[in-house]
Design a protein around this ligand. Sequence first.
Ligand code: NAD
Ligand code: IPM
Ligand code: MN
Length: 358
Amino acid sequence: SRSYRIAVIPGDGIGVEVVPEGLRVLRRTAELYGFTVETEQFDFASAAYYQAHGEMLPPDWHETLVGFDAIFFGAVGWPEVVPDHVSLWGSLLKFRREFDQYVNLRPVRLLHGVVSPLRDRTPEEVDFYVVRENTEGEYSSIGGRIFEGTDRETVLQETVMTRIGVDRVLRYAFELARQREKKHLTWATKSNGISISMPYWDERAETMAGQYPEIRADKYHIDILTANFVLHPDLFDVVVASNLFGDILSDLGPACAGTIGIAPSANINPERTFPSLFEPVHGSAPDIAGRGIANPIGQIWSAAMMLDHLGEHAAGEAIVAAIEDILVDGSVAKTPDLGGSATTGQLGTAIAERLQAP
Ligand code: NAD
Ligand code: IPM
Ligand code: MN
């Protein structure tokens, strides 16, 4: 029978609170859909691990994780204990880069039952994907400081765009757009101001658009693109962006769809040379951590994306259906970000119990 080995890394803050809800739903789905999930949980990639070891990860983290079918990740970051750039470059960003998870796929959907802050928007009008480049671009460690401590202090940080890196994420986005009904792709740019890397990005996107005549492809500069996410979310279908622009768009999109507590993400290595990593878009939320009020839906929906990636498409769809079903059910309490008073565990349990057998 079908069986999957999943590495579980809860991380910090609300990561530790929402991951068990993701697993609860995952296990119930496995029972109903006739496969097994074997999980192994790891305490690294957390502030507590850093305090104990002075590093975010053990030296053999790569061999430890590489054989798993997927990684189910919560969130990392506890700035009181370890600076964010240290904890993130020491863990999540390392996974993305070393496991070549060059696509960060982040759906933006206004689900029925959720109120959007955008006036009068309906679920039909907010339904698109952000495809974020996930291994290069503005997230580079090339640069440094010179003349430190003097009034000539100077800081440089390079953006990296490789032809392989740009083309492969564009290719993924065009292929995704091809499978969708609207067949519309938008690429984010800023080639008017960022005069070297962004014109290159545009050039590669234009070249690829030429290979997909059936797709309507357009580009927006990132500034007006953010405005249009708010004013005309109905314009978008697949939005592909560089690492930093994609990061920004993938918090803005879910905020327009009600709450970032719902948004999932898939850090994908499409070639499957390495395990892919599934995590909510949100972070460790120190401001609400420890209170049991975090929305678990981003984590649970990430489990659905993980099952889809593993080939369990029906099971993944069942999870999304259960989420949608619970959200429209007025008799089920929601977490405070959705205007309710439920705990993380109550909402997770409600979703697990609502799952439909095939
Ligand atoms: P955040 O996403 O953790 O929180 C932003 C706001 O959204 C907070 O007010 C928080 O309470 C709220 N929020 C987030 N998730 C929620 C949920 N599931 N339910 C209800 N409310 C939720 O972003 P931040 O405050 O910028 O970052 C906090 C820490 O998390 C930092 O250390 C940051 O570096 C890290 N971070 C990690 C990841 C990751 O691991 N993928 C992502 C983003 C931020
Ligand atoms: C995300 C996060 C990370 C990113 C941070 C925590 C480094 O914001 O996954 O969106 O910028 O990629
Ligand atoms: Mn982000």
